[in-house]
Design a protein around this ligand. Structure first.
Ligand code: FE2
Length: 388
């Protein structure tokens, strides 16, 4: 018997190369008159957003361009975005970029529809009213934020990351067009993709995983395992970019229903003390955390193993292909092949911070959805194993 489960619906997804040209139509049908187009600095000038802007212009939608979405958006930067929205009389949101601009829009949207302070909404299901009409357009294959109910906020005063989880944050439409990824720099392509792979593997390990989410994750893992190397080398490759873009969206749609595991719990303190790229740090940690989780994950890792095996063969040293151990080895080799740092030392982590970081990681909500219980001592051991 399949145990009972629930799946939240999320936005309608419009997937496919060139689908950006329909954003104007989508904006019209959502009744947008004056959307705020939120994006990361430089994306509009680099020409990445030209198809997005062209589509809205063609549909006669006068948008207001806001290019100051911060990476790992702080509460202060979200308030600045809200001021821009209000002073320009915007009525809706189109967020095009990485997770940062999309997360900024979600948190801003919660404030616009509900008032109050951002911290009022930290935690789960605390946002009563849905965000204004909202279209998401990812320009990386990574966070899955285009289809998730979460916004991660850097709380400056508390010096930590906080998250808002609510169905009220869902976009109305997500347009996933892999042609927008064509000029992604290798470093970001690799880091974002390891974020997506971490989402899929952690979601499968969650006690809240179910056949629906597992199907999405297995598809995502296969897409990444078979296409990551080609995509990172050449993000303009249409087949590889489609596979990686869809993988990221599928993994997002899954983990927003299941929660994540301790890779994310361990990555957030690294960011708090040393900065760095979220997905890249996940990529450094993923194989080692898989090893830690192996006792509870042997069967599922074995199912992933053929999906993760290097399609050009030859690089997996595990003695038995198709085993749980070979899945872990394949993740390690993939990270190495696409240029992810293999130690935390390489991204600046210092040993004297590990006790504090381990305590923070052990207090993370991701511990509850990790397949194996993990305390601060376990977290420190994982950090130490990866230090250099
Ligand atoms: Fe992530």
């Amino acid at each position: 018997m399949i145990p009972p489960f629930q799946i939240a619906s999320g936005p309608r997804v419009r997937f496919g190369r060139g689908q950006t040209e329909f954003i104007g139509e989508e904006a019209q049908s959502l009744g947008m008159k004056r959307p705020m187009l939120l994006t990361d600095p430089g994306l509009a000038t680099a020409g990445v957003l030209k198809p997005v802007m062209d589509s809205m212009q063609k549909a006669g939608i006068g948008f207001c361009l806001f290019e100051q979405a911060e990476p790992n958006p702080s509460d202060e930067s979200i308030l600045r975005a809200k001021e821009f929205y209000e002073s320009n009389d915007c009525d809706s949101m189109v967020a095009a970029g990485g997770g940062s601009s999309i997360d900024t829009a979600k948190a801003m949207g919660a404030l616009l529809s509900n008032g109050g302070k951002i911290s009022d909404y930290y935690g789960a299901d605390k946002v009563p009213n849905r965000v204004p009409p909202f279209i998401t357009v990812p320009t990386t294959a990574g966070t899955g934020s285009e289809v998730t109910r979460a916004s991660i906020v850097t709380d400056i005063e508390r010096g930590t990351k906080a998250s808002i989880h609510s169905d009220a944050l869902y976009a109305h439409v997500a347009v996933v067009d892999s042609s927008l990824l064509a000029t992604l720099p290798h470093y970001f392509a690799a880091g974002a993709l390891m974020d997506a792979l971490t989402h899929a593997i952690e979601s499968i390990g969650s006690p809240r995983a179910n056949p629906w989410t597992e199907a999405m994750c297995m598809q995502a893992i296969g897409f990444i395992g078979q296409n990551a190397r080609i995509f990172v080398k050449n993000p303009a490759d249409a087949d590889a970019a489609d596979a990686c873009a869809l993988a990221a969206t599928l993994a997002g749609a899954s983990f927003t229903n299941t929660g994540l595991g301790i890779v994310h719990g361990l990555t957030h303190p690294v960011f708090n003390y040393f900065g760095g790229h979220h997905g890249t740090t996940n990529g450094t940690l993923l194989a080692t955390v898989m090893k830690f989780n192996l006792p509870a994950m042997r069967e599922k890792y074995a199912l992933m193993a053929p999906l993760l095996a290097n399609p050009s063969g030859g690089t997996t040293s595990a003695e038995e292909p198709g085993t749980a151990e070979s899945a872990i080895e394949s993740v390690h080799v993939l990270a190495r092949d696409i240029g992810i740092p293999l130690t935390l030392g390489a991204i600046g982590v210092k040993e004297e911070f590990l006790d504090r970081m381990a305590l923070e990681a052990a207090a993370s909500s991701t511990v509850a959805t990790n397949p194996v219980p993990a305390n601060a001592a376990d977290m420190k051991k994982i950090y130490l194993e990866l230090l250099d």
